[in-house]
Design a protein around this ligand. Sequence first.
Ligand SMILES: Nc1ncnc2c1ncn2[C@@H]1O[C@H](COP(=O)(O)OP(=O)(O)OP(=O)(O)O)[C@@H](O)[C@H]1O
Ligand SMILES: [Mg+2]
Length: 473
Amino acid sequence: MRTLSFPGLPRVLIVDDEDGVREGLRTLLQREGLHVETAGSAEDGARRLELRSFDLVFLDLQLPGADGLSMLEKFRRGVPPADVVILTGHGTVANTVEAMRKGAADVIEKPGSTDRILAVVRRVLETRQLKNELTWLQDRVRELTATELVGLSPAIRDVQTRIDQVAHAPDTTVLVTGQSGTGKELVARCIHERSARRHGPFVAINCAALTESLLEAELFGYEPGAFTGAQKDGKDGLFAVAAGGTLFLDEIGEMEPTLQAKLLRVLQERSFRRVGGVQDLPADVRIVASTNRDLRQMVQQGNFREDLFYRLNVMTVTVPPLRERSADIPLLSHFFLDQIGRQMGKALSGFTEEAMETLCEYGWPGNVRELRNAIEHACIVCPNGMIDEAHLPKFTGGTPDGSDRIDRGAVVLGGEDRSIRALESQLVAKVLDDTQWNISKAAAILGINRTTLYNKIRAYELGKRPLRAKVAL
Ligand SMILES: Nc1ncnc2c1ncn2[C@@H]1O[C@H](COP(=O)(O)OP(=O)(O)OP(=O)(O)O)[C@@H](O)[C@H]1O
Ligand SMILES: [Mg+2]
């Protein structure tokens, strides 16, 4: 028979009041090279758990004078939680089912055969090993792609302090406000990654990108046959997908009032229902919502629910516009130059004095996103060496004093295709470009609403901005 091979020496604890069972298992598992301890009573088991952690526990559910199920819970609460295999002599279906519900890895009816016991041990320890490796890899990826909120100005330091404060309250709802492109999503990611929820998923959804019913189905999931066109087996929503992590609701100000009411209910009850479902499911997520609109004013105008506003506004992080922290422009510019240069495999050494002066004097109505785009442009056109003024794009989106003048220059009719569709696609692309993809501004200029604009972006396959939810590692 193949011997078990595990890196390190997994620690196994056997808790059973029958000497024969304990010793039989001990001999079997020690022969496989595992470190084994035994306990003849619940108290002895609990005492050993206090001294060290175990990878695998064999637990007799019928220990005299002890409640096996609460022992199981105790082992599952360890850090890291032990995997528990239930030993049962006279196992009733009821407590076996209950044990599995409380997180037992498997159940073995005594006396289990050698093959069965070793198969269970192998499966449990191998799964555990895979989970450990995954966590290790995720940590490395996280280190490599560390979300970095660059900046040393007092304004950005205040934001950093605020992020640290809210990171320490991993269940509290956070509202991130600021103009478009200031870094609200980055702030949300930082909050997630500095919080106890960092090993869970970070899931983002743009509330303006979907129609009300699609957004509802996307958030809450749905039961089989909940509506025409629904998947046959139903679907998990993002509240389920983000369990244990953070759900980022981008552009919350665009959410329709009926959905606002449903979100309020989730925040109050900490539970949700799938569309077409009747069962309340736990919502184990931290909500971070963001908006570039003045929600308070929207409340006064009757466009946003007041009760939801107060629920969201428990902790607020306000990200200032770039022109209020222009001291950070050189640092941010070098950060992006380094990042983008490396991606492009170009050796770009820095900026000429004139180029940096231009960058520092500009008003940046599109904020950090616009700065990043400008550096990307420069990286493409600069052959190598220093970025000069000539490599920077022609700034048309703002004046040095920061006013948001937008160049509505003509759309050039090029190519053969002069269909209305082709013209519309060019017009939409141009306005998006001019507004640095500020959806609200672009929609206002085009005289359409935001949902229609998103539909057109999708239809004409413009840009690369993600329109659907995305799950981070
Ligand atoms: N302080 C910063 N340090 C490094 N990168 C930043 C910083 N702030 C913003 N960025 C980068 O700028 C870009 C825009 O940021 P982000 O998408 O978070 O802005 P936003 O406020 O969510 O914009 P919008 O309102 O348009 O959705 C991203 O590429 C982000 O990584
Ligand atoms: Mg955003």
